[in-house]
Structures are given as structure tokens and as C-alpha cells.
Write a protein that binds this ligand. Structure first.
Ligand code: GTP
Ligand code: MG
Length: 305
């Protein structure tokens, strides 16, 4: 350990909460780059995504987690199990709550109960998000109520969308995480392989475009990734849907829908990769992909959770 390493800090911060609370939006803000996808739909994040932030002498590794709710199906169970696994890996836990809801939702109450039962295990902070949509009195009351259920180390009020209050949280976390050498190189912002991120970006566009009629349990997989001498990249992806009728929804009239989605994803990929991208999308009906263990393995999810 060198003289300088003594001052350094490094730690994992699990960002947990009910679906749609704004966890991924927060992490993208802190990382300063889109490393995890965001949508107005609940259950957008499906696996653990790590986003790395350097703040003064600290390397903070945020673990984005799927929203926690009462799961019924296999995929949902695997997602919720992944979220708690992320929580168990962390040095510090951040519970994100959508403060704009009039009543605290059942999922958040469930999480609070579980945290209260083992809160001695790991220090916990509370982040009330979406304050751009709420009155101050409501926030103070909410903070008081939630702190009665779990003794949080500290409570923050932020707006991930407007970028409000976010620096304060980072300052606090930077000082809370353990003294340690940094685990990742200085320029690394995520540990997600590009093939997976590319698939996530297409899934995000599908979530946005098909907002009203999004087929449940749609999945995207990068099948082929070819780099050419001129620097351009050819990416082929499969969009899995469970039914023939879902295929029609994704394709749209004469394939117009999937074409538009592909355009949006390609533009974003070109920005990230800083090169020309050829993106080919194929829609495939596979009724039971949610019962295929390999699909879970690919995303680091536990098939038998
Ligand atoms: N008004 C407002 N909207 C926000 C704020 N933060 C996030 N959102 C919106 O809330 C929605 C959900 O955001 P996400 O970041 O995907 O939420 P999440 O908690 O990661 O959701 P899951 O991955 O499904 O668990 C998106 O439409 C965001 O734009 C905020 O501070 N204010
Ligand atoms: Mg998310």
C-alpha cells in the first residue's frame, strides 16, 4: 500500500426500492453516463448493474437492483432475489422511495419491514426521490414516518430528474464507505459487457415505444457482434416474445415499429461506441423463454430463486 492509498476509500452501495422509484435514473446521474436503462414502466431493471463513480478520494460502486415487489412468476422471483443479493453484497444500503406517492406503497412497506428485521447487518440511508412533484410538508412527514420504521443513518431529499440534492448524497457516501484501495481502474464506469448493455438499450427503446401495449416478459439478446477494420460495428440482436400476437405488436405495420426502435437504439449505441453501428433486429417467438435456464445465466439471475 502506498502513502496515498491510505486516504482512499472504496465501497459498494446497493440502491434498492420498489419498482419505478427512480433508482436507475439516480445512478446514471451519479455516474454521469447512461449505464443502466430507465423507463416509465415498473420492472425495467432486471439484473444487477454496477455503476462506478469517483468522488474525491472515494471510489463508489453503486449496485443498481431490480425493483422489489411481491413476485409471482419465475422471472419476477429471480429479479427480486437478485435485488436482495445486491443488498447483501453492499457496504451501505440506499433505500430509494418515490416521495410523490400520496401513500407509501405496499412494496416499500415490505422492504422497510425486511430492513428493520436485519438492519444491524448493514448501515442504511434513505433517499426520498421525485421531490419535484411534492410539497415540502409532505416530505417532512414522510421522512419522519419512514424513520420510525427503520433507523436510517441519514435521510436525503432529491430529484433525480432535476439533478437536485444529488451532490450532498455523494459527499455523504464518499465519507461513509470503508478506507480501501480502489477495486476498479479509474476510467471504468460499469462492469457490464458491451453486448449486454447493447441489448439493454434496445429493450429500453422497446419499453418506451410500446409503452401502452408492451408485451410482458419481452427479452433482448445480442447474438452477433462483428467489428470491421474501418472501426464500424455490426450488431445482431434477437427480440424474444412469448406469442405470435406479440410479434405483430413489436413489428408494427409493415415492420415500421421495429424499424423505428432499431433507429433509436442504433443512434444511442453510436454515441456510446463513438463509431458507426449497423444494428439488425429480429423478432423471435419463443413461448417458454422464461423457463429457459440459459437465459437466466446470461443475465446473472438465479433460475431457481
Ligand atoms: N418527476 C420525477 N420523475 C422521476 C424522477 N426520478 C425518476 N423519475 C422517473 O421515474 C421513472 C422510473 O425511473 P427508473 O430510474 O427507471 O426507476 P427504477 O427505480 O430504476 O425502476 P425499476 O428498474 O423498474 O425498479 C422514469 O420515468 C423516470 O424518468 C424524479 O426525480 N422526478
Ligand atoms: Mg431500474
Amino acid at each position: 500500500m502506498t502513502q496515498n492509498d491510505h486516504k482512499k476509500r472504496c465501497g459498494f452501495v446497493a440502491v434498492i426500492g420498489a419498482p419505478n422509484a427512480g433508482k436507475s435514473t439516480l445512478i446514471n446521474h451519479w455516474v454521469g453516463s447512461k449505464i443502466t436503462i430507465v423507463s416509465p414502466k415498473a420492472q425495467t431493471t432486471r439484473s444487477l448493474v454496477r455503476g462506478i463513480v469517483l468522488h474525491e478520494e472515494s471510489q463508489i460502486i453503486f449496485i443498481d437492483t431490480p425493483g422489489i415487489f411481491r413476485p409471482k412468476e419465475r422471472l419476477e422471483k429471480a429479479m427480486v432475489a437478485a435485488a436482495w443479493q445486491g443488498e447483501a453484497e453492499a457496504d451501505l444500503v440506499m433505500l430509494v422511495v418515490d416521495a410523490s406517492k400520496r401513500k407509501t406503497d405496499r412494496d416499500t412497506l415490505d422492504i422497510l419491514e425486511k430492513l428493520a428485521a436485519h438492519h444491524q447487518d448493514r448501515p442504511c440511508i434513505l433517499v426520498l426521490n421525485k421531490i419535484d412533484k411534492v410539497a415540502k410538508e409532505h416530505l417532512l412527514l414522510l421522512a419522519k414516518n419512514l424513520n420510525e420504521k427503520v433507523s436510517f443513518l441519514s435521510t436525503f431529499m432529491v430529484s433525480a430528474l432535476k439533478g437536485k440534492g444529488l451532490e450532498t448524497v455523494l459527499d455523504y457516501i464518499g465519507k461513509q464507505i470503508p478506507e480501501s484501495v480502489w477495486h476498479f481502474s479509474e476510467d471504468q464506469i460499469s462492469d457490464m459487457p458491451m453486448r449486454l448493455l447493447a441489448a439493454e438499450i434496445t429493450r429500453e427503446k422497446l419499453f418506451h415505444k410500446l409503452y401502452q401495449e408492451l408485451p410482458y416478459g419481452l427479452m433482448v439478446e445480442t447474438e452477433q457482434w462483428e467489428e470491421f477494420d474501418n472501426g464500424s460495428v455490426k450488431i445482431s440482436q434477437l427480440i424474444y416474445v412469448a406469442r405470435d400476437s406479440h410479434k405483430g405488436i413489436v413489428l408494427g405495420k409493415g415492420g415500421s415499429q421495429v424499424k423505428e426502435i432499431g433507429e433509436m437504439a442504433r443512434r444511442e449505441l453510436e454515441e456510446i461506441l463513438q463509431t458507426r453501428v449497423h444494428l439488425k433486429l429480429f423478432v423471435k417467438v419463443q413461448e417458454n423463454w422464461r423457463d429457459d435456464p440459459e437465459k437466466y445465466l446470461l443475465w446473472g439471475l438465479d433460475y431457481s430463486a
